[in-house]
Design a protein around this ligand. Structure first.
Ligand SMILES: [Zn+2]
Ligand SMILES: [Zn+2]
Length: 233
């Protein structure tokens, strides 16, 4: 029993979740975030060491739907502190080639992320174009893949900002759009906003892959070379 002048002992909280990889149960309150370069890191399973950063969008959603309140609180904090943490990250530690993907539609993010990863890139996704600018300035991605029409900052404008900043001017930018589909918009994107590639939505993985290979041919060549080495061994 506690009296008013005696502080209550802190309540030891435990929140068990099931690992998406090995299915063993672990306590997320006691677990640390993983070491991935991510906008929002996930928890590393103490048994197999695998985090949920590479889980699919639907897998993550169903995991979060059943997650305890304490986990949502830790995620909320992670979201608020995420950009500052990334800005303090040394770009040399990022696994290359590295792509930053910006879209406010989670399903587009999921499709684009899968295609870009299949092309051998490590990825970081965000739904905020303003945040994307700060992350890009800190981590210098090889490519930024962004939606054109987003609230607050148009993806084409994000591209113009990146191209007009000394630090980020060499970052390649692919703009995707469902709305501005005509030739006029396409030409305008190249001329006025200095995009490197302009793609119409819905995004086809093969089209995205070809666009990446066109603007970053040295990465495509390195991937081809890796395949040859693997085939030969
Ligand atoms: Zn595990
Ligand atoms: Zn992770």
């Amino acid at each position: 029993m506690t009296t008013p002048d005696m502080p209550a002992a802190p309540v030891q909280q435990i929140a068990m979740v099931s690992c998406l990889n090995c299915r063993s149960n672990f306590d997320v309150v006691a677990s640390s975030f993983c070491g991935c370069i991510a906008r929002e890191r996930t928890f590393a399973c103490p048994r197999c060491g695998v985090c949920a950063c590479h889980a699919s969008y639907s897998q993550r959603q169903s995991f979060l739907d059943g997650a305890p309140a304490v986990l949502h609180e830790r995620r909320r904090r992670e979201r608020t502190e995420g950009v500052g943490r990334l800005q303090a990250t040394d770009p040399e530690t990022v696994q290359r080639p590295f792509a930053l993907i910006v879209d406010d539609d989670p399903l587009v993010l999921a499709v684009a992320e899968r295609a870009v990863r299949a092309a051998g890139y490590s990825t970081l996704v965000t739904s905020s174009p303003e945040e994307a600018f700060h992350i890009a300035a800190a981590l210098l991605p090889d490519v930024v893949l962004t939606d054109a029409l987003m609230p607050r900052l148009d993806g084409r404008e994000l591209c113009r900002r990146l191209k007009s900043s000394y630090w980020t001017r060499n970052v390649k930018v692919i703009v995707m759009s469902a709305l501005y589909r005509g030739t006029i918009h396409r030409n305008q994107a190249f001329k006025e906003f200095s995009v490197d590639e302009y793609l119409c939505k819905p995004i086809k993985p093969t089209v995205l892959r070809d666009a990446l290979d066109r603007i970053l041919p040295h990465i495509a060549r390195a991937r081809g070379h890796m395949r040859e080495l693997q085939a030969a061994s």
